[in-house]
Design a protein around this ligand. Structure first.
Ligand code: C2O
Ligand code: CU
Length: 618
């Protein structure tokens, strides 16, 4: 059983346990002693079952079970045991003697066990990992207050002053919550060395102004503006770079200098350009509030970087990026040389309910022509591609070539939000169709005719076992200078000062997630675990990460250098990178709606400072 299924099963068991205990209490209060006794037995059985699910969860990773083991399990265990010992004999006696069995000594302990069960259900949904001392105190106090109130309502309650210690405990817990406010995570490495305010500013970490010898300057001038575009025959309000959606494609050769002057005509929320997957100098990264201020209407910003990485990338606004990218502020960045034959870049973007592939259809390709399709997922959710009519190879992921990728046929390719896949094949005599999420998309080769049947039941390619291993500069056994753990979930947290049902990292949301501190040259390991029910495409700016393990299994195929990896519910990814690009960097979920709801943090190089404050992570 997968961890995601276990999480669901555990929550179901907790729900049933809570319902069983509450039901037993209600039945007892309603003078149905026999029913109460039966429900008590059910509650005990389900509560014990929950012990099993908690232990099973712990084997998938401590993060998945910590709250169950240190807090909600013991709480329900103690309350349930008390209910069995106190209410059990009374209910038994009532059944035998034919009396109602509705005395408070029977009812109240059963209901308290029910409250403890409810806490076990709500805690993982509202708080999650890690359960802190403050959380423990608050949770126990809440169950305690509910129990005392019930007891008094039931008649023979304790004096009012008994509430005081319980309330004090709750307040202490709240206080403890406020007190734990580290804003830096050194990942087990040395802490900050440079005193605050001393060091290099991100604004000084700018790109060169000349190409490498022999390269060219690729100069672009983009004006972001509101516009109207046609999607599936409908006029749709959009925002575009140069009024175009996608924005003008940027192409370059390795060694060229890319220079883009960004203007903003009328996007009132402001715009930037972020080079997704491209490890530009920090000052060119386009992260508002961190590396620059967003460009307001009438403003401009000039970006410059050398096209050192070959491959398929994309650019997008990083200001109010959830809205901005959805509205159309994105485009492709491909660093060549272009492949021989047909080389076409197909960004996939969803407008409302319509998923559009590529700004234009691929050009005609005669049989025998080599074809390269560069797929770019510019949406916040994964897309599933299938290529029919030909065998092909997945030759590059996120701009990095794979080592000896094998031939694929009848496979489904799941492309994470923000990610890129390059597919390569030789054009056969019959047409080739690219399916997107089960629907026929662009078609190459002899036009017309009926579209081929949709591929059904084609297995999903596991990229961690595709291609052939090759040497990497570091690997699972390396000695890491620092290690960070990011546990992704949902929960109540402050997002920009407002309590929200946020997307959280280690129980907190932007900007309260401690920044990760590294030093230049560090080898850094990052573990990302997903406790929630959403997929989180994790994206670190300025660095490629090497995948070490997924769910405890090492990569057995080609090395995977990714900038966006899809952490699905219950999954645990272990990745690593070399800290070789000094700056302050965003590190966030690329479902940009999740980032806007808190799932974003910073990676900070010791000694790098930023003069910008306060803009949102998403
Ligand atoms: Cu593609 Cu922080 O983004
Ligand atoms: Cu997410």
């Amino acid at each position: 059983m997968s961890t995601a299924q276990l999480i669901a099963l555990d929550l179901l068991a907790t729900l049933l346990a809570a319902a069983g205990w509450v039901g037993a209490g209600v039945a007892a209060a309603a003078r149905h002693a026999r029913a109460a006794l039966a429900l008590l037995v059910v509650a005990v059985v389900v509560t014990l079952a929950r012990v099993t699910t908690s232990v099973a969860l712990a084997t998938g990773g401590w993060w998945f079970a910590q709250d169950r083991v240190v807090l909600t399990g013991p709480l329900l265990g103690v309350a349930g045991l008390a209910a069995v010992l106190v209410a059990g004999p009374r209910l038994l006696y009532a059944v035998r003697a034919g009396t109602p069995g509705n005395s408070p000594t029977a009812v109240v302990p059963l209901l308290v066990a029910g409250y403890a069960g409810a806490a076990g259900l709500l805690f993982p949904l509202l708080v999650g990992y890690p359960a802190t001392w403050g959380d423990v105190l608050v949770t126990v106090a809440l169950v305690g207050v509910a129990g005392l109130v019930t007891w008094r309502v039931a008649g023979s309650g304790p004096p009012l002053w008994t509430f005081l210690p319980v309330l004090a405990m709750g307040l202490a817990g709240v206080g403890a919550g406020f007190a734990t406010g580290a804003d830096l995570d050194a990942g087990g490495g040395p802490t900050a060395h440079h005193p605050a305010g001393h060091g290099v500013s991100v604004t000084d970490l700018r790109g060169p102004t000349t190409p490498t010898p022999g390269g060219q300057v690729r100069r672009y001038e983009f004006t972001a503006r509101t516009t109207t575009i046609q999607v599936g025959g409908r006029a749709v309000e959009a925002w575009g770079y140069d009024g175009q959606v996608p924005g003008p494609p940027i192409t370059a050769r390795q060694g060229d200098l890319v220079e883009v002057t960004l203007h903003n005509a009328d996007i009132t929320r402001g715009v930037t350009l972020h080079w997704h997957g491209y490890d530009v100098p920090a000052g060119e990264d386009g992260a508002p509030g961190l590396t620059q201020d967003a460009v307001p209407p009438g403003g401009e910003f000039v970006y410059r970087f050398r096209a050192d990485q070959v491959g398929t990338y994309w650019y997008h606004t990083h200001q109010a990026s959830d809205v901005g990218v959805k509205m159309g502020l994105y485009g492709t960045l491909v660093v060549g040389p272009p492949a021989a034959g047909v080389d076409v870049t197909l960004p996939v973007h969803t407008f409302g309910a319509t998923t559009v592939v590529g700004p234009v259809d691929p050009p005609a390709a005669a049989p025998g022509t080599p074809v390269r399709l560069r797929l770019v997922n510019t949406d916040g959710v994964p897309h599933r591609f299938a290529l029919t009519g030909t065998a092909y190879r997945l030759v590059a992921i996120d701009g990095s070539d794979l080592n000896e990728p094998g031939e694929l046929r009848e496979a489904t390719l799941r492309l994470p939000a923000g990610g890129r896949y390059d597919l390569s094949f030789t054009m056969p005599a019959a047409p080739v169709t690219l399916f997107v999420d089960g629907d026929p998309g662009p078609r190459l080769g002899a036009g017309g005719g009926t579209p081929p049947p949709a591929p059904e039941g084609w297995p999903e390619l596991d990229i961690t076992g595709y291609g052939t291993p090759a040497a990497t500069p570091f690997g699972p056994e390396s000695d890491f200078d620092r290690g960070f753990t990011l546990v992704l979930d949902r929960g109540i947290a402050l997002v920009d000062g407002t309590p929200r049902y946020a997307y959280t990292v280690n129980g907190r949301a932007f900007p309260n997630i401690p920044a990760q501190l590294v030093r230049e040259g560090d080898l850094v390991e990052v573990t990302v675990a997903n406790r929630g029910f959403d997929t989180h495409p994790w994206h670190l700016h300025g660095h490629r990460v090497l995948v070490l393990e997924r769910n405890g299994h090492r990569v057995t195929g080609s090395p995977l250098w990714l900038d966006t990896f899809d952490v699905q519910p219950g999954e645990v990814w272990r990745v690593a990178f070399e800290a070789g690009n000094p700056g302050e960097w965003m590190n966030h979920c690329h479902n940009l709606a999740h980032a806007a709801l808190g799932m974003a943090l910073h990676l900070r190089y010791d000694g790098v400072t930023t003069p910008y404050h306060g803009a949102h992570g998403g």
